[in-house]
Structures are given as C-alpha cells and as structure tokens.
Design a protein around this ligand. Structure first.
Ligand SMILES: [Cu+2]
Length: 132
C-alpha cells in the first residue's frame, strides 16, 4: 500500500465547544472527515479538528499524527516515519492520503518533542473507512 501526503494544508482554527475541550483537560483531536464507516474514493482527505489547538503551541513541537492501519504507539516511544504514520509537522489539520481499495483504519494522535508519544497522549477515536 502506498500512501502519499499530497496536499498538506493549513487550516484556520475552527474552535470547538468548551465542553469538548475540557473532556480531556486539554487538546483532543477529532477526525471530522471522513466519517466512521464511510465509503470513500482515494485519495482520501482526512480532516482533524483539535479542541484547544492554541494550547499545542505551548507544548514544544507538538503536532498531529495520522496512524493508518496501525495501533496506537506506546507512551515514551517514537512514532515511526513511514507510509502508515503521517506527521503533520507544520500545524496542518488536513491531509490527502492515497489508500489502496479496501478497509482501512485511521486514528489521530498528538506527539510531542522528537515525535514521541507523551503519557496519556491525546488521540482521536479510531475510524474505519472503505476505499472504493
Ligand atoms: Cu511527528
């Protein structure tokens, strides 16, 4: 399977509700597109909303990662850099990824310095998509 980060895009911050922000006491990524269980065409545009994104700046070099067909990495480990682990290093909250036809899972996680997973890392729900 080949996944290519085609168009990293900066998104204007769409700030969510205080309620969602407080749920984890901080930043909480949520995949807003595609929807869980959706059937989509490749490339797949994945959009992630991060409640409390303004707090990320205070956490040195924290950024979003998209995990494709991969389990959550353990706390303290480095998130691999390969086709299944997409690092959105410039504050992007959207990425276009090429997925082979079939079933895939996508999950977003915030990693800190050196792409390591902090304790109690904030992550989204795991979603499943079906690529035509
Ligand atoms: Cu990273």
């Amino acid at each position: 399977m080949r996944i290519i980060l085609i168009v990293p895009m900066m998104l204007a911050l769409a700030m969510g509700t205080a309620n969602a922000h407080d749920m984890h006491g901080g930043i909480m990524p949520m995949i807003t597109a595609p929807l869980d269980g959706a059937t989509v065409s490749a490339p797949v545009t994945v959009s992630v909303e991060v409640m409390g994104m303004q707090d990320m700046g205070a956490q040195h070099h924290a950024h979003l990662h998209l995990l494709i067909d991969s389990p959550l990495p353990a706390a303290g480990t480095m998130i691999p850099m390969d086709d299944k682990h997409i690092h959105l290093m410039h504050g992007e909250q959207k990425a276009s990824i090429r997925l082979a036809p079939g079933k895939h899972t996508i999950q977003a996680i915030i990693g800190g310095d050196n792409h390591t997973v902090p304790e109690n890392a904030e992550h989204s729900e795991l979603i499943t998509v079906f690529v035509k």
